[in-house]
Structures are given as structure tokens and as C-alpha cells.
Design a binder for this molecule. Structure first.
Ligand code: BGC
Length: 684
């Protein structure tokens, strides 16, 4: 048997063997897609076609034969769980459904950092913080790949807004690029070894990602040791100034799609570049090899591609979607313990607002991530089912004991329509222009709260929203993100106290947009649209790093979220001996549930460099752990921090370095509630 067809042989051996057998024409044929979602097959060598489908909220319909699949909560909601195990389980379920849908790779997770509250795709991303983003991103990748499905972390790099995304250039310093944005990818690559990565539409300091050698070769391959293949975002190579030779020399492995949207790596053009001496066969080998590696990793040659399953209706996966939704919801305000609602005492409910009965998960709604579920439990469905015979649903606010007012954003009807209308929502291809909710929703809120002061506001949205009016007038505010196909059930369980909220904000909510580091000037966001440049002038001070440094009080700080119970933290300690030897060290904290209801708490560990020779953020998240406690119970939470927690990016040395000296470790339950701290001396 030919070595490459022998699945007892190592992947590297198989990939090298196959490469040796391929003609130059065959190699070139693999560098560009056949159609929208697949690569070319090569009959002579029995190389099957490799199929991709969109994510990351589940397996998207438009790219997987219009099938129905589990719709998970939006990824920003997953991040709000701060639960790595759930991220792994969600990834694994998506990995399995990708294969069942007849594809080999899911185009996700989306790991762009949330730089502005207004980015249209915030709902598809995880956090403003590279540590939280990479911890959960890595678990998603591990889960997906445990099913032999390739992941595709995207969109590398600095594609943090949608306005003019195909033309704009991110203007960013070396330090900010490395210490914030690259670091996010670095940690995912180190922890999870993703098999795929999608390069962005935008330029980085003047050069498109798809032909950017510094980004794709110097950083991704040489510095981060990425072993997977790089695919363009759909059509992202079409502006390449240096054409085929530029992209190939930069290290691009696959141009997608194969149709009219991108033609830079058409075989004729690649061959021409060779004939003109701009590239040689070794350059082609360099870019084909990682693609072959992915083919072997997903078992392309070993198992025939499964037929697509039109409807994927797996209860176990829907239970994971519900568990994520339950842990994602963030309680932002709860005056007088109005929540949880006691169904024995409260009998009449009004369920109102534009998002109460809205079904999310329609074809291309919100853009490429739209997974269409076999069924969908809206907030209205979930709440009414939970209440059952125990209460009554009324129409008018004044007739109710309590009103659930369900407001927020939406994805529009589909991405193209959203781009053409004035819609302000969470969608690919378009950013919001305002921080507050649309006027009609605010009018509904003022009207409802006037008619019933027991109005609990529930937000269904994928981005920070101005909550000032709700904070002022409403007794309770719950952020439910987009909670997926089982969201209504999860919401009801939270509202009626079957479970206590345990979500924590993965992003800062500013009081006003102009308090936010990405909005100090128009050049920063949406960018200088005349010169097509977006200036990341906040540098390393993304999100809470800026609010802390400038002492700006946010509406809600990063990491914030209330519970129905209370917790007390004590006894922060450090196992010092481990720092030098293993490269990691453990911090432990005792956590006690001091209330009368069971609940979970997220312990957050931040580190401050007290003696740095360069300016550093006041403190940065370096680890976290989530613990469930019944009333009166105490548990010790052990959080492992990596040696890299001490590092910053040195522009002088062009690498991450750590310095000896004093550091302070803080422990608490949000970036602004850190009751415990200890000092330590770090020796390099
Ligand atoms: C999006 C990607 C997506 C691709 C394929 C692009 O417009 O930016 O996230 O994976 O289309 O649908």
C-alpha cells in the first residue's frame, strides 16, 4: 500500500509521501477552492474533496446543504459562562455535527477580540480580554478536533469591526499587535494546536492579511509555530497587490471560494508566476504541505465523507446548548431581591417586548454564522411553559404582578438586507452606530415601567448596550445574550430560581460611548473612512485595561455579574515552589457560599507588575475558575497560572520577556471587586 494511504503511518510521513507523488499542476489545483465550500478532488491520487461549513454558533445552514442543526448560544454568551468544560462540550458537539452534516471543517470559532461595543459581529466573538478569549477559544478548538473535525480560528488578525472590512487598514503598533491580538492566537495555538485559521479581509499596517508575510509567516509560522493551514476569508485575497506570488510567498495555503469572488490563485496565474521566476516549486510545496496535513488529520483518506444528514436533532447537544445558556446569563441589577420570582406568591405575569417571541436562527440571519435549529424555544415559550397552571399570563402591564420586558437587538432578516437598511443590530457586514437601544424600544420601556414598576428588563443581544435608563428605573436587569435554541427554557429556570445566575461580563459596558478607548476619536472607530485607516491608538489598553488605567468608572466592569446568593473569598495563597520548576504555578482561594441558595461563582485572578521597566496595564486577568456551592459550603479553588503571565512584549527584543521583581496577585469576583491580594517576588 502507498504510504500516504496507510493509516497506520504517521501523519507527517503520509503528507510528505503524498507531496512527493504530486505533479506541480496537482499541487496548484489544491490551492484554490472548487466551489463555495469544497476543494478540488484529484482522481489520480484518490484525493477526495475537503468540505467546509460556517460556524461558530453551530453548523450553519447555508454552507451545509440547508440542513437544520443545533443552534447554540452566541459565542459571547459562552464566554460569559467562564466555563472551560462547557466550551469543550459545545466544541465537541459542533465537531460531531459538522461531520454529520457532511463537512470536514467548521469555520470557527470566531476569536476576534471585542474592541468596541459597536462591532456588528461581537456576538460571534468571545471577549475583550485575550486570556479569557484564548482559554475558551482553545477549549472550543479541542472539543471540535476531538471529533476529527478541523477547527478554523478566525479572522486573523485585527478584523475587529465590520465597516469597510474589505478595504480598511488597521494601523497598530508592534507592541499592541503582539501583546493583545497575537497573544490571543498564541495561547490558542499553544494549548489546542488548531488545524485551520482564516485570514482576515482587512489590511494590517497597509498590507492585506492574505499577502502579509509578517503576519502569516514571520508571526504565525516562525513565532507561533502554527501547524495547520491558512484559508482566506471568502474573497479576502482578491485585493492582493502582488497577486499569486505575493500570497504564496506570504504563506497562504488556500484561497476561497473557488468561484468569482476570488481569482488570485487560479492555476493559470500561479503557473505564470512560476514561469516568470517569481516563485519556485519549493514555495508551492511550503503552502501545500499544511493543507495535506489537515486532510490527514481529519481522516479524509481513511473514512469516506459521510452523507449529509438533513436534520440533526440530537437531544444531548441541545442539553449542552441549554447548559451554556443557563450559565451565560448575567444578572446586572436585582433590587429588593425581586428575582427569583416565587411562583407560590406571584400569580400574574405580562411577557412583553420585541424579543419575547422572536425566533432567532433563520437562514443567513446575522450573516455567515446562522445555524438554523429544528425548533426554537423563545423566552415567551419557555416562561409560559414553566408557569403552566401555577399562574396567569396577562396582556396589560397594570394587570400583572410582574412584567418581563424582553428588549435588545437582533440580526435583521438576513445579512444582505441588514446591510442595505438602517437596521442597528448584531450582524456581519455592518457595525452599529449607536450605543443605546432603538427609540421605539426605549419608548416601550418608559411606558411599561410607568404602568408597572415591577418591570424586569431582560436583554437579548450580542453586544454591550447602554443600560443607564434601566439602572435608574427598573428593579432588575438580566442580560441573556442570544441564548440559542433552548434559551427560553434556560431563561425561565433563572427567573424562577431553579438555578442562580452565574454569568460574568466578558466585556466592559461603558457609561457613555466616549468613555470607551475605541471611541475617543472617529479615527479609532469606525476609522478614518476617507483614507481607509482604522487607528488602534489605545494600544495595549483595550477594554478594562483602559478603564483601570484612566480610572474611568464603567457602567458595568469586566467580569461583573450578580447571583441570588452571596460568596465570601478568603485565604489567597500561592504555591511558590512551583514557579521555577514547572513553568506554571498554582494560586488557591477559599470560597464560601454565605447565602441561602445554591449557586456558582467565578474566581478571577489578576496580576500586576509592580516594578516593570516599561509601562504596563494596572493589572490583567491571568486565570479563573468556576465553583458550585450549596449554602454554607466552602471549597478551595485552585487556579493554575502560566509562567507567561509575567511576560510583556518587548519592542526592543521583538519578543515576549519577563522581568524579575515584585508582582501583586489579586483575587476577586470582577475586575473592580478584588478583595484579596498577595505579593510575590519573581525571579527570571
Ligand atoms: C465571513 C466568514 C465566513 C465566510 C464564509 C465571510 O464573509 O467573514 O466568517 O466564514 O464568509 O461564509
Amino acid at each position: 500500500m502507498d504510504t500516504y494511504l496507510d493509516n497506520n503511518k504517521e501523519i507527517e510521513e503520509r503528507a510528505s509521501d503524498l507531496l512527493l507523488r504530486m505533479t506541480i499542476e496537482e499541487k496548484i489545483l489544491l490551492l484554490r477552492g472548487k466551489d463555495f465550500w469544497t476543494t478540488n478532488s484529484i482522481e489520480r491520487l484518490k484525493i477526495p474533496s475537503f468540505g467546509m461549513t460556517d460556524g461558530p454558533l453551530g453548523v450553519a445552514a447555508h454552507s451545509s446543504f440547508k440542513g437544520k442543526r443545533t443552534r447554540f448560544p452566541a459565542t459571547i454568551g459562552l464566554a460569559a459562562t467562564w466555563n472551560k468544560e462547557l466550551a469543550y462540550q459545545m466544541g465537541k458537539a459542533i465537531g460531531k455535527e459538522t461531520k454529520l452534516a457532511g463537512r470536514h471543517q467548521i469555520l470557527g470559532p470566531g476569536v476576534n477580540l471585542i474592541r468596541s461595543p459597536l462591532c456588528g459581529r461581537n456576538f460571534e466573538y468571545l471577549s475583550e480580554d485575550p486570556i479569557l478569549s484564548s482559554e475558551l477559544g482553545a477549549e472550543l478548538v479541542k472539543g471540535i478536533q476531538s471529533e476529527k473535525t478541523a477547527s478554523c480560528i478566525k479572522h486573523y488578525i485585527t478584523n475587529n469591526s465590520e465597516t469597510k472590512r474589505m478595504k480598511i487598514s488597521t494601523e497598530i503598533s508592534e507592541r499592541a499587535l503582539q501583546e493583545v491580538y497575537v497573544k490571543n492566537y498564541k495561547r490558542i495555538i499553544e494549548k489546542a494546536d488548531p488545524w485551520g485559521l482564516m485570514v482576515c479581509y482587512n489590511k494590517i499596517n497597509g498590507t492585506y492579511g492574505a499577502e502579509n508575510k509578517y503576519i502569516l509567516r514571520d508571526i504565525l509560522r516562525d513565532q507561533l509555530h502554527f501547524t495547520g493551514h491558512v484559508v482566506t476569508d471568502w474573497g479576502a485575497s482578491r485585493g492582493a497587490v502582488e497577486g499569486a506570488a505575493g500570497c504564496i510567498k506570504a504563506g497562504l495555503n488556500l484561497e476561497m471560494p473557488g468561484l468569482f469572488l476570488a481569482k488570485t490563485l487560479k492555476p493559470k496565474k500561479v503557473m505564470k508566476a512560476i514561469n516568470e521566476g517569481k516563485i519556485i516549486e519549493a514555495d508551492i510545496d511550503y503552502v501545500v504541505k499544511p493543507l495535506l496535513r489537515t486532510f490527514f488529520r481529519v481522516g479524509l483518506f481513511d473514512h469516506p465523507t459521510p452523507k449529509t444528514q438533513k436534520i440533526i436533532d440530537i437531544q444531548e447537544h441541545q442539553a449542552i446548548a441549554q447548559a451554556v445558556a443557563e450559565e451565560s446569563m448575567v444578572l446586572l441589577k436585582n433590587d429588593g431581591h425581586i428575582l427569583p420570582v416565587n411562583l407560590e406568591k406571584t400569580k400574574k405575569f405580562a411577557i412583553m417586548g420585541p424579543n419575547a417571541k422572536k425566533i432567532f436562527g433563520k437562514y443567513l440571519q446575522g450573516g455567515s454564522s446562522a445555524a438554523v435549529p429544528p425548533r426554537f424555544v423563545t423566552p415567551y415559550d419557555g416562561i409560559t411553559k414553566f408557569i403552566g397552571e401555577k399562574g396567569e399570563i396577562v396582556e396589560e402591564p397594570e394587570d400583572a404582578d410582574i412584567v418581563f420586558l424582553i428588549l435588545g437587538l437582533d440580526h435583521g432578516s438576513n445579512m444582505l438586507k441588514a446591510m442595505l437598511t438602517k437596521m442597528e443590530g448584531d450582524t456581519e457586514g455592518k457595525d452599529r452606530t449607536k450605543y443605546n437601544l432603538p427609540d421605539d424600544q426605549m419608548q416601550l420601556f418608559y411606558d411599561t415601567i410607568q404602568r408597572n414598576s415591577n418591570t424586569v428588563v431582560i436583554l437579548i443581544a450580542g453586544s454591550p448596550i447602554d443600560c443607564a435608563p434601566f439602572l435608574e428605573k427598573s428593579p432588575a436587569l438580566l442580560n441573556a445574550w442570544y441564548p440559542g435554541m433552548m434559551g427560553g427554557n434556560a431563561l425561565a429556570r433563572i427567573l424562577f430560581g431553579e438555578i442562580s445566575p452565574s454569568g460574568k461580563l466578558p466585556v466592559t459596558f461603558p457609561k457613555k460611548l466616549k468613555d470607551h478607548p475605541a471611541h475617543l476619536s472617529k479615527d479609532r472607530f469606525p476609522g478614518d473612512l476617507k483614507n481607509l485607516k482604522i487607528h488602534f491608538d489605545e494600544g495595549i489598553y483595550i477594554g478594562y485595561r483602559y478603564f483601570d488605567k484612566e480610572n474611568v468608572v464603567p457602567q458595568f466592569p469586566f467580569g461583573y455579574g450578580l447571583s441570588y446568593t452571596t460568596f465570601e473569598l478568603s485565604n489567597l495563597r500561592l504555591v511558590k515552589a512551583q514557579i521555577a520548576s514547572s513553568g506554571t504555578f498554582n494560586v488557591s482561594v477559599d470560597v464560601k457560599n454565605t447565602g441561602s441558595i445554591a449557586g456558582s461563582e467565578v474566581i478571577q485572578i489578576y496580576l500586576a507588575d509592580d516594578e516593570a521597566t516599561v509601562e504596563r496595564p494596572l493589572r490583567e486577568l491571568q486565570g479563573f475558575g468556576k465553583v458550585h456551592l450549596v449554602p454554607g459550603e466552602t471549597k478551595t479553588v485552585i487556579i493554575t497560572l502560566e509562567k507567561s503571565a509575567f511576560e510583556f512584549y518587548s519592542v526592543k527584543d521583538h519578543k515576549f520577556i519577563a522581568e524579575s521583581g515584585g508582582f501583586t496577585i489579586y483575587a476577586g469576583t470582577s475586575s473592580r471587586d478584588l478583595p484579596l491580594n498577595i505579593n510575590l517576588q519573581y525571579q527570571t
